[in-house]
Design a protein around this ligand. Structure first.
Ligand SMILES: Cc1ncc(COP(=O)(O)O)c(C=O)c1O
Length: 380
């Protein structure tokens, strides 16, 4: 079986991730940050070590400014819903996932002004357009780092300079890049970094987080027990407790911590280089097939390991089904939760076939996938 749906969730998970989750359930299985016995302390230590690993990976000075969530979607909701109010203006791009678009449309209905900047047909955002869209009431720029449709990388350093100079919040949706592409929150001037644990960080589903820069204050999405300041009926005002009410996904966080350790041991730069080379190999192989259209820049230096294509005259669902049934290749077809991105690249409403590469994807798998698409294109 060839798994090319890593943009949806990564597979397989490294053995140490599964081991860490098993170990947690077998050996610890206590709540964190609440009781004082040895097992509870062990659970708290596992959570703190995962927080520290995330901080190291994204160059965050204070691990306590990393908040655990369920996924990138919850992190993005916290970043946007926690800081935008009627009368505020927010800038985003036409390549966003619905995890950005839907919260923004909901906020728009409450009186937040939303500007969606048109990206190029290849899926790229021009930093100059961000600059031009800024108004006196602009509060935030929110964009994805790597598109889940074309893989196109956003000009984050340029946008980070603009937002810093203008005093705006810069929210980066790193769902597709965390663990697959170097992220330095200081160098990129990112104020709020939303990431998910189950893609290139190699963790289990149901894990994610938000880095919140010092000085940025968000309204929580939920209030409740945190294990701290139990004498008070009011929410603690310190991080991470302020945003982590209720028992966290401890098994998931144990797995995520192990996943990040795996990523750091492999090295993000090395992972990126491998994926870049395989991505270019895939793009070149697909471009060589008559009747196949590949979307995006077609240059792997400018994108992550996400490649969208179509076969002229063949429906995406037929391609997906035949890849699965005849070639045992798992991929995703359709709109990938990003209708605006497909309108941008001209593939709405049918969408594309998407191959999502991962840390464990091999050259042989890429070549077999290219051959399978070649056969399908020939059959028509
Ligand atoms: C660009 C982008 N943003 C956000 C998300 C949402 O991530 P999650 O499912 O972890 O909430 C995804 C998931 O595919 C994504 O690709």
């Amino acid at each position: 079986m060839i798994y090319l749906d890593n943009a949806a969730t990564s597979r397989p998970k490294p053995p140490e991730v599964i081991q860490a989750m098993n170990d947690f359930l077998n050996d610890v299985c206590a709540n964190s940050g609440r009781s004082g016995h040895r097992l509870a302390i062990q659970a708290s230590r596992i959570v703190y070590e995962a927080r520290e690993a995330i901080a190291e990976l994204f160059n965050v000075a204070d691990p306590l400014r990393v908040v655990f969530t369920m996924n990138a979607t919850e992190s993005l909701n916290l970043a946007m819903r926690g800081s935008l109010y009627p009368g505020d203006h927010v800038i985003t791009s036409s390549m966003e996932h619905n995890s950005v678009m839907r919260p923004l449309r909901a906020l728009e209905a409450q009186g937040v002004e939303v500007t969606v900047l048109q990206c190029s047909e290849q899926g790229f955002l021009y930093p100059g357009d961000v600059d031009k869209a800024i108004e006196p009431h602009t509060k935030m720029v929110v964009i994805n780092h790597g598109s889940n449709v074309t893989g196109s990388l956003a000009p984050v350093e340029e946008i980070g300079l603009i937002t810093r100079e203008c005093g705006l919040f810069f929210v980066l949706d790193a769902a597709q890049t965390a663990g697959a592409y170097p992220i330095d929150t200081q160098k990129m001037n990112v104020d709020l970094l939303a990431f998910t644990g189950h893609k290139s960080l190699c963790g289990p589903p149901g894990t994610g987080g938000l880095y919140i820069r010092e000085g940025v204050r968000l309204e929580p999405l939920k209030w409740g027990g945190t294990g701290s300041r139990s004498e008070e009926e009011y929410q603690p005002d310190f991080l991470p407790d302020m945003y982590e009410s209720g028992t966290p996904n401890l098994v998931g966080i144990a797995g995520l911590g192990a996943g990040i350790q795996f990523v750091m041991r492999e090295g993000v730069k090395a992972i990126r280089k491998r994926e870049r080379d395989l991505t270019q190999r895939l793009i070149d192989g697909l471009l060589d097939i008559s009747g196949v259209i590949v979307y995006g820049d077609l240059n792997a230096d400018h994108q992550i390991g996400v490649v969208s294509f179509n076969i002229v005259g063949v429906s995406q669902s037929d391609i997906g089904l035949r890849l699965d049934e005849e070639y045992e290749i798992m991929c995703r077809v359709g709109l990938h939760c990003a209708p605006a991105a497909h309108k941008t690249i001209g593939t709405f409403p049918d969408g594309t076939v998407r191959f999502g590469l991962g840390t464990f994807t091999t050259k042989e798998e890429i070549d077999m996938a290219i051959q399978a698409v070649r056969n399908l294109a020939k059959d028509g």
